[in-house]
Design a protein around this ligand. Structure first.
Ligand SMILES: Cc1cc2nc3c(=O)[nH]c(=O)nc-3n(C[C@H](O)[C@H](O)[C@H](O)COP(=O)(O)OP(=O)(O)OC[C@H]3O[C@@H](n4cnc5c(N)ncnc54)[C@H](O)[C@@H]3O)c2cc1C
Length: 372
């Protein structure tokens, strides 16, 4: 079976890799370079819960989180790329009133190692935290990694198992004939395939509109800062109004804004000031650290803030994997597995009713979901 993947972000590369391992002939079409957009802009947090718990989304996130140790091992063996996988855990500073309710809600996921910290125990764990923080939740199972390296590892592993990577190749159109997707069009002409997987991130709606397909995906801009973190101030990830993730390579990643700013590729004074203010409030000694770099990226967001996974109704052979919003790095392994199962006709390993694209044929909306 010939599968054409539009988009070489983490979702396109991870799925191409799994499809090729399952025996498909796969070509990826990426208009820039692998991971050029949101997948490189991210912080790389693998935090499956945030404040939500017993939902289909949490189950999907947890399923993906569980795949990560094997994914990291497999990619490392195949590519020798070190993705800086850190398994130390995250401290969530809490207000006094939020404390007991949150501890209770989070405790249901015992395999994540959730623990409530009070008083001096907070600073005993992470001495750099402000002494004003007297209550916190520690989630030992929250992990993080270097997402820039991860997407390159997936792309390299995909190429190693036979995926054809067409970089610098824009897809301008999908061709649907007789109710079936037949091909896509690039500057080089028409490319025929049996299946098209649309994994074009925040740009995914653009190729669907000409087909009259109401996929609603919009960009949500995120601004980020890397501080030079030598010698390190933090051991753990800290996640309050801003989050801070220490990377082994010597950077402290501080993020992130969530903004409706279209595709304006700009880092703003307000965005950066807000992140630094929130970070310094939690960890006062950060004020001394040099700013190494700043950047922004565009998260793919659907109106209900949930991923969009599966076959597009009414067009045989057309599949969608987008809308991962704040969790696309975390969700990449399970997305790749599910789409491979769908495309190769296997039973699905996770229940996905909330994420099917057919919901766009109904009308629904809810507020933005949180984490990264
Ligand atoms: C600031 C920020 C912080 C984040 N932090 C986290 C985090 O800590 N943890 C987490 O799990 N997630 C995080 N995310 C979310 C995560 O980055 C995204 O959900 C994920 O990267 C989406 O992956 P994707 O492959 O769908 O999109 P992208 O990475 O954007 O890839 C889509 C690709 O498609 C290509 N493309 C688009 N149109 C075409 C076309 N017509 N032809 C050819 N190519 C095309 C683009 O060039 C792009 O490379 C963060 C995002 C941002 C912006």
């Amino acid at each position: 079976m010939k599968v054409l993947v539009v988009g070489g972000g983490i979702i396109g590369c991870a799925t191409a890799y799994e499809l090729a391992k399952a025996g498909c002939q796969v070509s990826v079409f990426e208009r820039s370079t692998p991971g050029a957009e949101a997948s490189s802009a991210a912080a790389g947090l693998l935090a499956p819960l945030g404040a939500s718990n017993d939902t289909n989304f949490a189950r999907l996130a947890l399923a993906s989180w569980r795949l990560y140790p094997d994914v990291v091992r497999e990619l490392q063996e195949r590519t020798r790329i070190d993705v800086e996988y850190v398994t130390r855990g995250t401290i969530y500073p809490m207000s006094v009133t939020g404390m007991s309710r949150d501890a209770e809600e989070w405790a249901i996921n015992k395999d994540l190692g959730v623990e409530a910290l009070e008083g001096a125990d907070v600073q005993a764990l992470e001495p750099a935290l402000s002494p004003k923080i007297r209550h916190a939740i520690f989630v030992k199972g929250d992990h993080w990694l270097n997402n820039q390296r991860l997407v390159l590892a997936y792309a390299q592993a995909a190429a190693a198992v036979g995926v054809e990577l067409n970089t610098g190749t824009n897809v301008s159109r999908l061709i649907v004939e007789g109710g079936k997707v037949r091909a896509l069009v690039t500057e080089g002409g028409r490319v025929d395939g049996d299946v098209v997987l649309l994994a074009a991130g925040a740009w995914s709606a653009e190729l669907m509109a000409p087909l009259g397909a109401p996929l609603r995906i919009e960009p949500r801009r995120g601004q980020m800062i890397a501080l030079a973190h030598v010698p390190p101030v933090l051991t753990y990830c800290v996640h309050g109004e801003a989050y801070m993730a220490p990377r082994p390579s010597g950077e402290l990643i501080v993020g992130a804004t969530v903004e409706r700013a279209g595709f304006q590729r700009a880092v703003t004074a307000e965005g950066i000031a807000g992140l630094l203010r929130a970070a310094i409030e939690l960890v006062p000694s950060l004020r001394e650290l040099p700013i190494a770099r700043t950047w922004c990226g565009f998260r793919p967001w659907a109106p209900d803030s949930l991923p969009v996974l599966g076959p597009w109704p009414g067009v045989a052979g057309l599949f969608v994997a987008t809308g991962h919003f704040r969790n696309g790095i975390l969700l990449a392994p399970i997305t790749a597995r599910l789409l491979t199962e769908w495309i190769t006709g296997k039973a699905l390993s996770v229940d996905v009713p909330d994420f099917l694209p057919d919901r766009f044929l109904r009308v629904r909306s809810s507020p933005d979901r949180s984490t990264s």
